[in-house]
Design a protein around this ligand. Structure first.
Ligand code: VNL
Ligand code: MN
Length: 341
């Protein structure tokens, strides 16, 4: 192992898949469609090389653990990779979420100090999703939830999803809104120049999702709900002053419900962020000033981003030792209920 600082490193947005989900995504990827996720899905699930990512997604206990050891990464907080089960019909989505959650729990049981996990759920079926959420936390002892942004072009401010939000709040379990490609209404200009996925459309999709939830009054209704955003908060905090200012006009015009608080207040209290795939010290420094270091966690985005540079990014971040401990593990332990070492 290269010489590294001695510190517990918990990486909080680490993707995996299971063969059953990969096979179903391969079936979908073979249908002609203008859905913006399709390009990546075809590359990974309907291509003999798996786009260079499939092996890394399916492997949990071989190369993944070796790479973690090599770079001093103690733990991956796992999540079923995007788009998860959200492109399947409701019954398939529920069955595969249960299977993925069971598999994840078995892996964690074999390596309780190396893995924790965010449970999948089928938003297509909110009441059944809520039951699986309860099982995932109470029986499987998983650490929170992942939702890969929109489901059939709908967002979590839609009241049909409130059983999911209510259950997460009651379980004190954070929902990680992970990207998928932009929904149909946002996707038009994204088909060109490789803007379909992580380069640009993912951030537009998830930041739009978060702003919809805030402006729609979700956090007045569920004041203890915690949402996690990756990729340095998808830049939402850069926009907060302007969102606060303009939201007064949209509320006065009757375009949005009257909120109890400023949009920025909800972002600071109901959201936490991670550094996945965004290794900029300048963006980290701004995020710490805007949101407080207690709301920021380190992540790699394995296998889509390499581990070594993600570790170097946080090892060399211009922060105090106490702040680095919060970023590397203490915040994750608190927010995702991970036992401290
Ligand atoms: C990519 C990056 C894809 C991060 C991801 O999920 C992700 C990508 C599908 O580089 O395409 O979480
Ligand atoms: Mn990711």
């Amino acid at each position: 192992m290269t010489e590294r600082l001695k510190i517990r490193r918990i990486a909080t947005e680490e993707a995996f898949s299971i063969p059953e989900v990969a096979a179903k995504l391969g079936e979908i990827a073979n249908f002609p469609s203008r859905n913006l996720d399709m390009r990546l899905m075809t590359m990974i699930y309907a291509n003999p090389g798996g786009g260079g990512f499939l092996d890394g997604l399916l492997d949990l206990e071989q190369e993944r653990l070796r790479g973690m050891d090599e770079h001093g990464v103690d733990m991956h907080l796992l999540s079923l990779t995007a788009p998860g089960v959200q492109m399947f019909d409701a019954d398939t989505a529920l069955d595969l979420a249960i299977l993925a959650n069971d598999r994840m729990a078995e892996t964690i049981a074999r390596h309780p100090t190396r893995f924790a996990g965010l449970a999948s759920l089928p938003p297509q079926s909110p009441k059944r999703a809520a039951r699986e959420m309860e099982r995932a936390i109470q029986v499987l002892k998983l650490n929170g939830f992942v939702i890969n942004s929109h489901t059939n072009n709908e967002y979590l401010d839609n009241p049909k999803y409130f059983p999911i939000l209510e259950t997460a709040e009651a379980l004190d379990a954070c929902i990680y809104i992970h990207p998928r490609a932009a929904s149909d209404g946002l996707s038009g200009p994204m088909f060109d120049y490789g803007m379909d996925s992580a380069l640009w459309s993912y951030g537009v999709e998830v930041s739009t999702h978060a702003v919809r939830m805030i402006l729609g009054g979700v956090f007045d209704r569920f004041p203890k709900l915690k949402i996690c955003l990756g990729h340095m908060g998808e830049a939402v905090h850069f926009w907060l002053w302007r969102i606060d200012f303009m939201s007064l006009r949209s509320q006065a015009n009757g375009y949005a419900p009257k909120l109890k608080r400023k949009p920025s207040d909800y972002f600071k209290e109901n959201f936490v962020i991670t550094t996945s795939g965004q290794e900029s010290h300048l963006a980290l420094e701004f995020s710490i000033k805007a949101l407080g270091v207690q709301n920021i966690m380190w992540a790699i985005d394995h296998p889509y981003q390499p581990t070594g540079p993600a570790v170097t990014f946080m090892d060399t971040a211009p922060v105090s030792d106490a702040e680095r401990e919060m970023l590397y593990h203490k915040n994750a332990e608190r927010i995702f209920h991970i036992r401290s070492a």
